[in-house]
Design a protein around this ligand. Sequence first.
Ligand SMILES: [Zn+2]
Length: 81
Amino acid sequence: MTQNLINAIEKSKRIKMSVRYLGNRQYLVVTPQNHNYVVRFETQEGLRYGRCTCKAGAKGLACYHLPKAALVDTAIQTMSH
Ligand SMILES: [Zn+2]
């Protein structure tokens, strides 16, 4: 794991965000500032890849929205198996 990703995970634990499932492995993440971002996941060769619509995500950096949405994605994937 990169330091960037570790920081993102730590930040996602501190900040209360709500996550709503939009279907097709897309999640709407709402921050306390009421910013809305869409996180989308796909699995390639057993690895999960996520993309976020925020500024960091657009640059290909790990943001704190991703780990939050990943928790919900994991729960949904587990339930549907
Ligand atoms: Zn983001």
